[in-house]
Design a protein around this ligand. Structure first.
Ligand code: NZQ
Ligand code: ZN
Length: 392
């Protein structure tokens, strides 16, 4: 096992009706003038936004609002939010929505609290020194951005999707009412479950040391999400299943399932981020489309972990050679994706890149990771290209 730091400062308020506590929480963390930031309108249609505004009005907390964060959120709206916050003297950002609204809120927070162009933090040329406090009311269980140190933004010019990681942006509080996720389209629920599992799988597939407790938490989380994803496919209004998945989403990406290891592989995410940037696909679906090909490309160099995963998570029988067991585990994951209507290749994702586009994807991915990356197997640009090609 390796030494580690574990930092999860987010206050979690979980359960039915918890959004009614939003004004108290904003005040607790010093917010006097709030930017309410949200996505494309689901929170307007559900009535959540109005309830939030009524609660803030009732508590005498003033606010301005900015909607329009799209999936794969855009830098242009981040700039707009920064200008609005500066003009209005905003000192707290409340994201109401999913990973896209939260990530956009974090980026606005960086842009207000630091001089210069906020994109510098996403193209790694500078590190942020501060961030306005961010609070969250979560409406989709997926990215874990409600507790994570990450914000992922797409620059429209060149369609470049990049993440910035820093403890500074970890939300002060996260309100999680599983009932708020019941209006999700089935596709987004399945995308969310895929992303949640992938955050823990990225950490799981590594050749560095690990800990028995970390593996047990990771395997338990993965089994729980796998089971409840099927329950939600058949019964989307099941509160308990919504709650299991929602809490799993936070634990999958707040660092808990990576303690004692090197942080994990993350190449499926990196390969997906290029697809999201170029083709604007849903993040979870993009991960599902690429994972099987990635896994077959790397499993031989991380065989003990693939075998353990197959047996402990995917219920593969401990029979045959290690390679056979590992491959049956990969097939079982793909069967699971199909069972929740997720794609297992690019064609099923609805994307058919030309050879030139495949080369561009691999080049951009290699630049984004600084040349090479991976903990199950280190991948270089030619490996990335081979995986994109094979995932057609
Ligand atoms: O925009 P609205 O109208 O709200 O609709 C959204 C959007 O169309 C809809 N939705 C959300 N909650 C809903 C709802 N519809 C009905 N009822 C509800 N309760 O669902 C769609 C997807 O929302 P979005 O916020 O885009 O989804 P998600 O949470 O999956 O976020 C995806 C983004 O987060 C990034 C992804 O790359 C992608 O850009 N990620 C962020 C991470 C982080 N910050 O830690 C880690 C992840 O690995 C990921 O990269
Ligand atoms: Zn993800």
């Amino acid at each position: 096992m390796l030494d580690f730091k574990y930092y999860t400062p987010t206050k979690v308020v979980f359960g039915k009706g918890t959004e009614s506590q939003v004004a108290d929480l904003v005040k607790e963390f010093g917010g006097k003038k709030v930017l309410i930031h949200y996505g494309g309108g689901s929170v307007v249609r559900s009535g959540l936004l109005q309830r939030v505004k009524d609660t803030l009005d009732g508590a005498g907390v003033s606010y301005v609002e900015l909607g329009g964060a799209v999936p794969n959120p855009h830098l242009g709206l981040v700039y707009e939010g920064i200008d609005l916050c500066k003009k209005e003297g905003v000192d707290f950002i409340l994201a109401v929505g999913g990973g896209s609204a939260i990530d956009s809120a974090k980026a606005i927070g960086y842009g207000v609290a630091n001089e210069g162009d906020v994109w510098d933090f996403y193209d790694y040329s500078r590190k942020p020194q501060a961030c306005l406090p961010v609070g969250v009311i979560l409406t989709i269980a997926a990215t874990g951005s409600e507790m994570s140190d990450s914000s992922v933004i797409t620059k429209e010019e060149g369609l470049i999707k990049r993440g910035c990681n820093s403890d500074l942006c970890r939300p002060k509080f996260a309100i999680m009412n599983p009932e708020l996720t019941m209006t999700l389209p089935d596709y987004q629920t399945a995308c969310g479950c895929t992303d949640i599992m992938m955050h823990t799988m990225e950490r799981y597939f590594t050749n560095s040391g690990t800990m028995e407790i970390t593996d047990a938490l990771a395997e338990g989380l993965l089994r729980t999400v796998k089971k409840n994803a099927i329950i939600l496919r058949d019964d989307p209004k099941n509160y308990d299943a919504r709650a299991e998945v929602m809490w799993a989403g936070s634990l999958a990406h707040n660092g808990l399932t990576g303690c004692g290891s090197d942080g994990g592989d993350w190449m499926t995410h990196r390969l997906e981020h290029e697809l999201g940037g170029l083709y604007d696909v849903a993040h979870g679906a993009g991960l599902a489309a690429i994972w099987g090909t990635w896994a077959r490309y790397v499993y031989k160099e991380c065989l003990p972990r693939f075998k353990k995963f197959a047996i402990n998570v995917m219920d593969v029988e401990d029979k045959g050679t290690d390679e056979e067991i590992a491959l049956r585990g990969i097939e079982a994951v793909e069967d699971f994706y199909r069972s929740i209507h997720m794609p297992t290749n690019l064609r099923e994702l609805g994307v058919e890149p030309t050879e030139e586009e495949l080369v561009t994807l691999a080049k951009k991915c290699s630049i984004a990771v600084g040349g090479a990356k991976g903990a199950a197997k280190v991948l270089h640009e030619e490996d990335m290209l081979a995986i994109y090609r094979a995932s057609m």
